[in-house]
Design a protein around this ligand. Structure first.
Ligand code: NAD
Ligand code: TYD
Length: 341
C-alpha cells in the first residue's frame, strides 16, 4: 500500500506518518508538503532515512504536482490551521483548504483512489449544551472553520457526483509533541518555561475538547481501514476543559517538573482582549467511530499533558529554532503591544 499523506511536515501528519510506518510494516508513505511556516522537516528526522518514506516539497494547489506519482490513497492533512491567522488574513486559508482540497479530489477522481479528508469539529460552530454528531448542521464561525467546512462540502459532492470512495474525519483540539507553538498548549508551556506572559483570551472560560495527537492518528488510521466510504466520523475523547483550567494545570506541572515557584508562574497569566468571533464551546459525540471501527482513545489527559510538557522541556532545540524565526516576528507584531497592557 502506497499512501500519499499531505501536510506531513506539520504537527498531526508528522505524528501520523511515524505511527503508520510503525503500525503497517508493508506501507510506503509519500509526504507532500509545501513547507509553510508550520511545516518543519525536523518533525520527521527519526524516520527520514526509512526506505518506506519519501518527501516531496510541493503545493497541494499545484495541478501538476501529482503527475506521474503513484499511490493507492490520499490522506489530506495539509491545511492552514490557525484560527487567529485566518482572522488576520483569510486568503491563504481559502486557497489551500478549499482549492487545494479540490485539486486533490480531482486527482483522486481521475485515479479512482481512496480519499480521506482530515477535517475539524470547528465546522459545526459553537454549542452551549449537548454534543454535535455527524448530522449536525455545519455552522462555521471563523474563516478557518468556513474554509474547512467548504472542503468538507466538496468531498461530499465528489462522493455523490463521482462516487468517489471518500471519508471525512472531524476531530476535536489536538495536543502533543511537535505542535507549532502558536496553539494554546505549546504556547503556554513555552511561555511558562521562558517566563513570558500567557495571553488568555476573554474570560478564559471557552471550552475545548482535548485529545492527544496519538489517539487522533489511531482514529484516522481506524477510519482509513474500517470506515465506510461516504461517511463522516467525529473524533474526540470526551475531555472538555475551560482554557483557564488547562493553563493553570500546565503552570502547576511546569513548576513541579522544573522546581519553580508555582505562584510566580501563575502571575504570568494575562487576560487579554477576546478573539473575534470566539467560539464558546466545542463538544462532539464520538460514538459513531467507536461503534463503527472499534477505536477508543487510550491516553488520559493527565498522562498526555504530563508527557507533552516533558517533551517540550526536553526538546528545547526544536522549539528554539522556531521561536527565533519568522513566527516570533508574527507573534510580536500581532500580540506584543496587547501583552503590555
Ligand atoms: P499544521 O499547521 O501543524 O500543519 C499543516 C501542514 O500543512 C504544514 O506542514 C504545512 O507546511 C502544510 N501545508 C500548508 N499549506 C500547504 C499547501 N498548500 N500544500 C502542501 N502543504 C501545505 O496543522 P495541524 O495542526 O497538524 O493540522 C493538520 C490537519 O488537521 C489540518 O487539516 C487541520 O485542519 C486538521 N485538524 C487540526 C486540529 C488541531 O487541533 N491542530 C484538530 C482537528 C483537525
Ligand atoms: P487554539 O489552540 O488556537 O485552538 P482553536 O482556536 O482551534 O480551538 O486555541 C484554543 C483555545 O485557547 C481557544 O479558545 C482560544 C484560546 N487561546 C487563548 O486564550 N490564548 C492564546 O494565546 C491562544 C493561542 C488561544
Amino acid at each position: 500500500m502506497k499512501l500519499l499523506v499531505t501536510g506531513g511536515a506539520g504537527f498531526i501528519a508528522s505524528n501520523y506518518i511515524r505511527y503508520a510506518l510503525s503500525a503497517h510494516p508493508d506501507y510506503h508513505i509519500i509526504n507532500l508538503d509545501k513547507l509553510t511556516y508550520a511545516g518543519n522537516l525536523e518533525n520527521l528526522r527519526d524516520i527520514e532515512s526509512s526506505n518506506r518514506y519519501t518527501f516531496i516539497k510541493g503545493d497541494i494547489c499545484d495541478e501538476k504536482i501529482l503527475e506521474g506519482m503513484e499511490f493507492d490513497a490520499i490522506l489530506n492533512f495539509a491545511a492552514e490551521s490557525h484560527v487567529d491567522r485566518s482572522i488576520l488574513d483569510a486568503q491563504p486559508f481559502l486557497r489551500t483548504n478549499i482549492m487545494g482540497t479540490y485539486n486533490l479530489l480531482e486527482a483522486a477522481r481521475r485515479r479512482d483512489c481512496f480519499f480521506l479528508q482530515v477535517s475539524t469539529d470547528e465546522v459545526y460552530g459553537s454549542i452551549e449544551k449537548g454534543f454535535f454528531n455527524e448530522d449536525s448542521p455545519l455552522l462555521p464561525n471563523s474563516p478557518y472553520a468556513a474554509s474547512k467546512a467548504s472542503s468538507d462540502m466538496l468531498v461530499r459532492a465528489y462522493v455523490e457526483t463521482h462516487k468517489l470512495k471518500a471519508v471525512i474525519t472531524r476531530c476535536s483540539n489536538n495536543y502533543g509533541p511537535y505542535q507549532f507553538p502558536e496553539k494554546l498548549i505549546p504556547l503556554v508551556i513555552l511561555n511558562a518555561v521562558n517566563g513570558k506572559p500567557i495571553p488568555v483570551y476573554g474570560d478564559g472560560m471557552n471550552v475545548r475538547d482535548w485529545i492527544h495527537v496519538t489517539d487522533h492518528c489511531r482514529a484516522v488510521d481506524a477510519v482509513f481501514h474500517r470506515g465506510a466510504p461516504g461517511e463522516v466520523y467525529n473524533i474526540g475523547s470526551r475531555n472538555e476543559r475551560p482554557n483557564i483550567e488547562i493553563i493553570k494545570l500546565i503552570l502547576k506541572k511546569v513548576a513541579e517538573i522544573l522546581d519553580l515557584d508555582e505562584a510566580g508562574l501563575m502571575d504570568l497569566i494575562s487576560f487579554v482582549e477576546d478573539r473575534k468571533g470566539h467560539d464558546r464551546r466545542y463538544a462532539i459525540d464520538p460514538l459513531k467511530i467507536e461503534e463503527g471501527t472499534g477505536w477508543k482513545p487510550e491516553m488520559s489527559f493527565e498522562q498526555g499533558i504530563e508527557k507533552t510538557i516533558e517533551w517540550y522541556i526536553s526538546n528545547k532545540d526544536w522549539w528554539q529554532r522556531i521561536i527565533s524565526g519568522e513566527y516570533m516576528q508574527y507573534y510580536n507584531t500581532q500580540y506584543g503591544e496587547r501583552l503590555k497592557d
